[in-house]
Design a protein around this ligand. Sequence first.
Ligand code: CA
Length: 237
Amino acid sequence: MSVVNKVPVMTILVVEDEEAINEMLVMILEQAGFKVFSAMSAEAAQTILGDDVIPNLILLDWMLPDISGIEFARQLKKDALYQEIPIILLTARGEEEDKIKGLEMGADDYVTKPFSPRELIARIKAVIRRSHYFSSEGVLTTQTLSMDIEQHRLMINHQQVELSPMEFKLLQFFMSHPNKVYSRTQLLDQVWGRNIYIEERTVDVHIRRLRKILDKHEQKHLVQTVRGFGYRFSIVD
Ligand code: CA
């Protein structure tokens, strides 16, 4: 099987105003295999998000120069487009009260500075696993589907299914971003990459192929068309 067409990795958005810590976080996360976007303020993070970047997790510093991390988290959790993205708050504060406040605002976890890189990565992986249907390291699962990203293997109802690299990437994106609607443009950016010029109907072609494969295993209903907007991978727990 071809491994040239590498599947997209999990994306993390780092929001931290202290340059040294920001750079260190980017380094740690990249070494752990994540794709990283970094911002020095909530405003800069907003710009990245507005640019159709949909991270799998946001690592958010509490003390930021413009609006606080906690306020930014609150805003994100109110926005339908971003509320599903898990947030880990990063802070120098260790008080129990702050921790509770952070979690009440919608943060998924909390890491206190100074932290060990190993602990940070473990927390990140745990949160991503909880929110993205990872059953174990590198395996995405739903009730009927199981995708081993490393092995580039898909099982439907315990039967191995062959997928082209593109359909695999598309399904991987859907499985790691379930129950949300994505426009064709967003799917092109996220799955094909933003520097490639491809027509939007290419998305439809690959969706059709993917559905055909899923249909053979009576799973066509997972990929839904949202009229006038795009597609959604729908999982009911
Ligand atoms: Ca700070």
